[in-house]
Ligand binder design. Structure first.
Ligand code: 5GP
Ligand code: MG
Length: 483
């Protein structure tokens, strides 16, 4: 039986967040699974920059390496004494990039893969279980203290429990899944096999590819491209797949119904990924084009992008409106995503660190600024100030999604509704707050039609408050109800 001592502890309970998962199964060890997994994780760096980890197995022993830092730093093998890929031997691997949301940055105790001290089972998880009551009660019945475990660690403990009482890994996952309420794209690995599972609504993306006779599992398709793998298909909502010496086998662990988080299209996924058969880049350009159709732009000289995530939308807006596209803000390529940094003061100054306006482009211009979303309003407010200082005469903000009004409980960093400016301010109040000359958002219906998928295949909870998987007690956190 596993107790709390089997896991590193922290004083503050955290929940899983939107991260990256990647896995590779191969029958023989002719592929360098550790290195390929590191390359896959590098392609998924945008999904998490706090830390990274890989576990491999050679059929008998699990090896693991995890650390805080960016992928290139975590698997830096220039100094072989501190890390080299020989430390990750075997024919199968799972890996993870972690996306920090907690203000407690000092500890690296929640880095994944999750593993027990005896290294019987290791697991990586992308998503979040808003409601852990069932799994907590279950674990506590067996004397496992859950107070220091996050959701991913509880999933690991539950699967390990079933393994310890004699189940094979795939049987253990099937038995544990009914305890998990929420979003999960997960990979569990013991010394013999990898088991892949996606929640019954498929909230977070997850796809399978083929590489030199082996199989690859990735949060996004861009990582398949980066390692030269061929995309096979998405893992279905409610699907479980085993990868072992018998090849791949697919099972239905729950009846699935696709509800991919629409925010993957709007902001989170890489533009060169394909989600539900749709190019993210094309979807974002269409969101921009639709925004141009729905909003006013007669009083403008140029359209500028807010790099990077606002860029395709700005191009789409410019093409649809016929107003010249310019780069008016230059992004420092060496800064990551700033949004998840804790603490408001730091977040404000990080916008300045990240983006610099080009005076020669902006001076005396009436500017349409296109961004993908407004969450807290901090970025837009800083941007407007920055653009005015650079000489822009008029600043019209256009946002290629509706106002975010509801917190996300499936893995995005918008946990407190009071921090969402769209939850408690009208569009004109937001405009006043950010100091723009005008502000317009894309409509909800416009967003759905621009993406080109039926609304029923998407989770739009951050705009509507309709949560496709019950969020349990966390409903009490919703202070501003649907209007
Ligand atoms: P705001 O300043 O309104 O809080 O944030 C809006 C900006 O943050 C937009 O430029 C958008 O691209 C970006 N953004 C939206 N959601 C996320 C997220 O989940 N993570 C990160 N890093 N940035 C986000
Ligand atoms: Mg942005």
């Amino acid at each position: 039986m596993v107790g709390k001592e089997a896991y590193p502890t922290s004083s503050q309970k955290e929940f899983g967040e939107k991260c990256a998962v990647f896995g590779l199964y191969n029958r023989s060890d002719h592929l360098e699974v550790g290195r390929i997994t590191a390359d896959g994780l590098h392609a998924l760096q945008h999904r998490g920059q706090e830390g990274s980890g890989i576990a491999t197995s050679d059929g008998s022993t699990i090896s693991i390496h995890k650390r805080k830092g960016l992928v290139k730093q975590v698997y830096d093998d220039e100094d072989p004494a501190s890390f080299n890929f020989d430390l990750l031997p075997g024919n199968m691997a799972i890996g993870h990039n972690r996306y920090a949301t907690s203000s407690k940055k000092s500890s690296d105790c929640h880095l994944q893969p999750v593993i027990d001290t005896e290294k019987k089972l290791t697991l990586v998880h992308n998503g979040n279980l808003p409601d852990t009551e069932k799994v907590e009660k279950f674990l506590e019945t067996y004397g496992i203290n859950t107070s220091d475990l996050n959701d991913s660690e509880m999933m690991h403990a539950a699967i390990l429990h079933f393994k310890n009482i004699g189940a094979s890994l795939d049987e253990a996952v099937v038995k544990a899944i009914p305890l998990f309420k929420g979003a999960f794209s997960l990979l569990a690995m013991d010394n013999k096999q990898i088991v892949v599972a996606r929640d019954e609504r498929g909230l977070r993306p997850f796809s399978i590819g083929a590489l030199n006779g082996g199989y690859v599992f990735s949060s996004e398709t861009c990582a398949l491209d980066a390692i030269g793998a061929r995309y096979i298909r998405d893992i279905n909502p409610g699907e479980m797949i085993t990868a072992n010496e018998n090849g791949l086998r697919s099972f239905e662990h729950s009846r699935g119904e696709q509800r991919l988080d629409i925010f993957e299209f709007i902001y989170f996924a890489r533009p060169d990924s394909v989600l539900l058969g749709k190019s993210v880049l094309v979807a974002r350009k269409n969101l921009g084009g639709m925004t141009a159709r729905e909003t006013s732009h007669s009083d403008a000289d140029i359209v500028i992008n807010v790099p990077d995530s606002g860029t395709p939308g700005a191009i789409g807006y410019a093409q649809e409106s016929g107003i010249p596209y310019e780069e008016g803000l230059i992004k420092n390529r060496y800064t990551g995503r700033t949004f998840q940094r804790p603490g408001q003061d730091r977040r404000v100054s990080e916008v300045l660190q990240k983006l610099n306006p080009v005076r020669e482009v902006l001076h005396n211009k009436r500017v349409i600024v296109v961004d993908d979303s407004i969450v807290r309003g901090t970025t837009s407010r800083e941007l407007v100030r920055m653009l005015r200082n650079a000489g822009a005469r008029k600043i019209h903000m256009r946002i290629t999604s509706p106002p975010v009004k509801f917190p996300d409980y499936y893995g995005i960093d918008t946990p407190d509704q009071r921090a969402l400016i769209g939850a408690h301010k009208s569009v004109s109040e937001i405009c006043e707050y950010i100091g723009a000359d005008s502000l317009e958002f894309l409509s909800y219906d416009g967003m759905i039609s621009a993406i080109g998928l039926p609304e029923s295949m998407l989770s739009t909870s951050c705009f509507t408050g309709d949560y496709p998987i019950d969020i349990g007690k966390r409903r009490e956190e919703i202070v501003y109800q649907k209007s």
